[in-house]
Design a protein around this ligand. Structure first.
Ligand SMILES: Cc1ncc(COP(=O)(O)O)c(C=O)c1O
Length: 405
């Protein structure tokens, strides 16, 4: 089955608006994806009919709201092949990673130990580990990438040592689009008894993810890149890992009992969910997953793969344009630079044409340093993008060329 992106576009009301008098061409879904009508409706319907705080009341609305949030947790679990008790609802991928660094990390990382990441990580999967290592007197090790932006697996393996306490690796690079061989990475790490956290922020919107198949210990992602609302994200943790971890934040809802002498904590996932969560955000995330599961996800992935190949080829033909990140396995993101044109100028000129794409370091400054550039322009694709979007981008880039000729 081929995926009908034109039909899918109709589900996303914002895609029919104009910007600067031109039809919107949205190519920045890696930063945040647009929202389909069912997600927008689910949130406003929830506020209009069922809203109350959760886990607190015995009254009808509170029970309904609780059931909606727990229903969303079950949907997330099913979507990635986990058990609902392994799903911690957090604000975003950043918080999910910080949670693991602050709990698992503080419990296990001691002076002289090592944490292994890769050179292609988003700052969200660098800074929490760096802070942990600084606090503990541990060393942050970085597995190198090659000139195409691919992880050098042998080097990664060589950096797994008896002092490595955890490896934290992105599934898909937001700056380069490279897809990492997570199953292989997990196999190598587990063979040495090292747990693996996967940053899945850029992977879940583009294909099936099954955490049991990957066998990773932790998997982090954000709702807003998955066509859901901002303010809600997910940490998956293997049940045994979560059960052995101390709380993250302290407060209401994460306790069984509190006295001034002693507090007894709840079991996971609630132990890690202090305070009132983003209740409507969870409902919206559940609706986003319903929306995705109603699509043929294999057909979506095939559509995006074909579009990525089409776009990569078309961009290469623009004079003076160089792709940054040409890994054999890529998803969604195409970064590029143009001779004699700063990426910000590319972004500004394209904006006048109604084309939204990202320029800058993409919260991956070490990637920019690796390629010796300050910034790139990045187009990123989602299920609602079409060849017409790519054609508009290419013609916009020719205009950029003319402006700077
Ligand atoms: C690979 C990757 N990891 C983590 C994040 C952080 O996501 P958030 O800002 O939603 O926490 C991003 C966001 O761009 C990302 O691309």
């Amino acid at each position: 089955m081929t995926f009908d992106a034109e039909r899918a576009r109709k589900d996303f009301p914002i895609l029919s608006r104009t910007v600067h008098g031109k039809p919107l061409v949205f190519l920045d879904s890696a930063a945040s994806a647009q929202k389909p009508q069912p997600v927008i409706d689910a949130i406003s319907h929830f506020y209009a009919t069922d809203y109350a705080n959760i886990h607190r009341g015995v009254y009808e609305l509170s029970l309904r709201a609780t059931e909606e949030v727990e229903g969303a947790r079950r949907k997330v679990a099913r979507f990635i092949g986990a058990d609902p008790h392994e799903i911690v609802l957090v604000r975003n991928a950043t918080e999910a990673i910080n949670l693991v660094a602050a709990t698992y990390g503080r419990e296990h990382v001691r002076e002289g130990d090592e944490v292994l990441i890769t050179h292609m990580e988003h700052h969200a999967n660098i800074v929490p580990w760096q802070r942990l290592c600084e606090e503990r007197g541990a060393a942050l090790r970085v597995a190198p990438i090659d000139d195409r932006g691919q992880l050098i697996l042998e080097a990664f393996e060589a950096l797994l040592t008896p002092r490595t306490r955890i490896a934290a690796v992105t599934h898909v690079s937001n700056a380069l689009g490279s897809v990492n061989p997570i199953d292989e990475i997990v196999r190598l790490a587990h063979a040495r008894g090292i747990p693996v956290l996967v940053d899945g922020a850029q992977a879940v919107p583009h294909g099936r993810v099954d955490v049991r198949e990957l066998d990773c210990d932790f998997y982090a992602f954000s709702g807003h890149k998955l066509f859901g609302p901002s303010g809600i994200g997910v940490l998956y943790g293997k049940a045994a890992q979560l059960a052995a971890m101390p709380p993250y934040m302290g407060g209401g809802e994460m306790i069984l009992s509190v006295s001034f002498e002693k507090t007894i904590y709840k079991e996971p996932p609630y132990r890690f969910e202090a305070g009132t969560p983003d209740i409507a955000g969870a409902v919206g995330l559940g609706a986003a997953i319903d929306y995705l599961e109603a699509q043929d996800l294999d057909a979506v992935a095939a559509h995006e793969r074909a579009l990525l190949a089409y776009a990569s080829e078309a961009l290469t033909l623009v004079p003076g344009l160089r792709l940054i990140g040409t890994a054999e396995h890529k998803a969604s993101a195409i970064s590029f630079v143009m001779d004699g044109v700063h990426p910000h100028d590319i972004g500004t000129i394209l904006d006048r044409e109604g084309i939204a794409l990202r320029t800058g370091h993409h919260c991956a400054q070490p990637v920019m340093q690796r390629f010796g550039i300050p910034a790139t322009a990045r187009a990123s694709l989602a299920l609602y993008n079409t060849r017409a979007d790519v054609d508009a981008l290419v013609s916009g880039l020719h205009e950029v060329r003319e402006v700077f000729a």
